[in-house]
Structures are given as C-alpha cells and as structure tokens.
Design a binder for this molecule. Structure first.
Ligand code: NAD
Length: 398
C-alpha cells in the first residue's frame, strides 16, 4: 500500500509539473513515533505516523491489528493527508496503531494497552497538534480510555484531543454511520453526474462490518432503487438476487451469528464476492484485496473504495483499461474523517449538533468533493483517483 500510494503521488505530481524535490516533500512523513508497550510480560510495538500538517493538525485513526507496522501507518497517514485535502478539510494526515490482536486480550488488558498507548504519545498529540480516532478493531470505549489518560496527563478538558468518543463523552451524533453514509452520498453524486441517478442498480458489498453495513442501510433509506444482492465477511458471501434484507443482515451480524446461517440467501466462499454479477462492487473490508490475481474476476463496472487502498496499482490500471470506474477511497470513504472534523469542531466550540445537522454538513463536504474530482477527471482525461489526488496535491503544495 505504501508503494501504491507513493507511485500515485509521483505520477500525479509529475503530471502537475512538480519537480522531484517537491514530490519527495509530499511523500516524506513528518514524524514516525515508535515505542514498545509492556503488558503482562509481553511486548507490543506501537506506532504513530504524522505525515503532513500544512493544512491543519494531523488527523487519523488508531488500529489494533497484528499486521500494523511502520509501512502500513506511513501509507495510511499519507492517504489521510490526501483525503483531508481532497475533501477540503483544514486538517493534515496521521495514522497509528499497535501490533496486537485485541481478541487475545481480556477487557482489563485492552484498557491497559489503550491507556499505555495514550501515555506513550501524549506529548506528540493534542487538540491543535494531532487528533487520533478509532480505526480497525478500535472503538468509542477504547478512545474514551485514551482521552481519560490524556486528560490526566495534560490537564486538557476540551475533549478535542481524540474523536470517535462515545456520545456521553463528547462524541458526535452520526459518527458511527458516517463512512457508510458518505459512501452512499459519493455514489449518488457520481451517478447523478453520469445521468444514472434514477436507474435501478444492483450492488455487492465486500466487508459487512461497520462501514459496509451502514453503507447498505443508508442506501436502503436514500436510494431504494438500488438492490443489494450480495455481501461478504471474512467467513462467507451471502447472495440473494431478489435483494438482501440488509437491516436483518446487520442485526444478524450484530448478534454475532455466523454469516453463513443467514436465511433467504445462498452461501458461498468469501472471495466469490468479486465475481458476483452486480453493477456496483463496494469494497469495505481491507486494503490490497483487488490484485493481479483476482482483477479478471471483477464483474461490476463501478467499484467504490470504502476501505483504504483496496485496489492495488496494477489491478486498477487493468480495471480502468477495461472501462471500469473506481470511486477513489480519498473521497468515497472520507465521511468518517469529515464527521470526526465535525466532532472536533463541536468539542472546541462546546456545542452539541443533532444527527440531522451533522448529516447535512457531511453532504456539504462530500458532494462538492465528488463533483470537483469528476470535473477534473473529464477535463484532463484521467481517472477519478488521479483527479482527486491532483486536487489534493495542489492544495497540499500551494
Ligand atoms: P470492521 O472491522 O467493522 O469491518 C470489516 C469487515 O470486513 C468485517 O465484517 C470482516 O469480517 C470483513 N472482512 C475481513 N476480511 C474479509 C475478507 N477477506 N473478505 C470479506 N470480508 C472481510 O471495519 P470497518 O470499520 O467497517 O472498516 C472497514 C474498512 O474501511 C477498513 O479498511 C477501514 O480502514 C476502512 N475505513 C473505515 C472507516 C471508519 O470510519 N470505520 C473510515 C475510513 C476507512
């Protein structure tokens, strides 16, 4: 993912006429904080990459996953700088994490490791420096522990040091659904610009976690002409050509029942999701899932990147050559960081906004960002990803 991100910046930077020094400056990560966390006789590696703060404080998630490493946090921090710039937020890019499988920890250990992470980083973060948020395997409870630790160490009482907090602890209405909702808004806007807004379209979703399930539920509410015919998680793909009941599927998943037990659907291997005959494939699971090996399996003509970097460079080139459209992650999945920004604003102003207000403001960022990328792509005959990256790089380099 780090290679893919660097190649994208190099290609787009050259197209914009930047010289190699300017491109290197865009690639360079401002700081990489790395430290060990000791927990019950074991050592865990912890990281925070701060990529670029020219437009505002660093902003980005914290993930708990065994695969977290230097390259991953640097790639994701870089994507965050591009994302915040592409959607016009006055924020920079950061990303962090701990190389740990949280499922192997007790609740007490999870609290300890979260507090230790905040302790290890507290000098480098803060409401006007770097504002972390939840990401893969982290949630409002984990962030609440981190905020509490940060407050004890620094005396800060704004709650603006982290976003993604629980609602009773300064969190924002609409945050949980924001990335999925933003994905629906981005897709609706793209289809509107293509004159296909009213068309009945079929959708397959890879990854029915937080982002994928909210995408499905918000789509059912805002775009009833779309039909979700398949969804997958790491264990199975469920398919129903007549349309899945996505609310029931989300409830089923929430109740921690196996995906494969879902009624009214045929059950297949997780990777069969790529070959489902749907108009749109939503990628909401992990990075680097569409590669040289499976690029030929993709049937959908429109791919929506809700995960970060789900399509690698070579696979995207192939898909574009085959006349497929990719709605790029730095716009399509920006709903989460946009509502994080709105949460931060509420904390700094000591205000509480309704979900309706938050959703309205979310759309006010998403729609123009999608429009601008679309217009740029048409004008320069480039992909939407290159167009969005061009807009982001222009803003970062100016
Ligand atoms: P999550 O853990 O809630 O959900 C991920 C889902 O993907 C799970 O249902 C899991 O079973 C599934 N999955 C894992 N491997 C799979 C595979 N091989 N095939 C099919 N499904 C698979 O995470 P999330 O918060 O929904 O995030 C999903 C992706 O979106 C991540 O890449 C994350 O970085 C990205 N993202 C999330 C947000 C956010 O606000 N949560 C914002 C921007 C980007």
């Amino acid at each position: 993912m780090l290679d893919t991100t660097h190649q994208l910046i190099q290609r787009v930077g050259k197209r914009l006429g930047l010289n190699s020094t300017q491109i290197e400056a865009l690639i360079k990560v401002d700081a990489l904080h790395e430290f060990d966390i000791q927990l019950d006789g074991k050592t865990y590696k912890a990281y925070r990459a701060q990529h670029n703060n020219k437009r505002g404080p660093y902003k980005g998630g914290i993930r708990f996953h065994p695969d977290v490493d230097r390259d991953e946090v640097q790639a994701l921090a870089t994507l965050m700088s591009l994302k915040t710039a592409a959607v016009g937020l006055p924020l920079g890019g950061g990303k962090g994490g701990i190389a740990v499988d949280p499922k192997s920890l007790s609740n007490d250990q999870l609290e300890k490791i979260s507090r230790e992470y905040s302790r290890g980083l507290h000098k480098h973060i803060g409401p006007n420096k770097d504002i972390p948020a939840p990401d893969v395997n982290t949630n409002a409870q984990i962030i609440d522990w981190m905020v509490d630790e940060y407050e004890q160490l620094t005396g800060d009482a704004t709650k603006a040091s982290f976003t993604g907090k629980s609602l009773t602890n300064g969190g924002s209405a609409g945050r949980e659904a924001a990335t999925g909702r933003g994905g629906v808004i981005a897709l609706q806007e793209y289809l509107e610009l293509e004159g296909k807004a009213k068309q009945p379209l079929t959708i397959a979703i890879q990854g029915f976690g937080n982002v994928g399930s909210f995408f499905a539920m918000v789509a059912a509410e805002l775009a009833p002409q779309w039909k979700i015919i398949a969804a997958s998680d790491s264990s199975a793909t469920v398919v129903n050509e007549d349309g899945l009941n996505v609310q029931e599927l989300a409830d089923h998943k929430k109740a921690k029942k196996p995906f494969s037990d879902f009624q009214d659907a045929s059950v297949k291997d997780p990777n069969t999701i790529f070959g489902v005959e749907a108009d749109i494939l939503v990628l909401a699971a992990l990075g680097d899932v569409v590669t040289e090996e499976n690029k030929r399996d993709i049937k959908a003509n429109i791919l929506v990147e809700l995960a970060n970097g789900p399509i690698n460079e070579a696979a995207e080139t192939y898909l574009l050559q085959h006349k497929k459209t990719v709605l790029p992650d730095i716009i399509a999945n920006a709903g989460g960081v946009i509502v994080s920004y709105l949460e931060w604003q509420q904390n700094l102003k000591n205000e509480i906004w309704t979900e309706e207000q938050v959703n309205k403001k979310l759309a006010q960022y998403m729609v123009p960002a999608m429009e601008a990328a679309y217009e740029r792509a048409k004008k320069h005959n480039v992909s939407l990803k290159e167009a969005a990256t061009m807009l982001a790089i222009e803003r970062l380099a100016s």
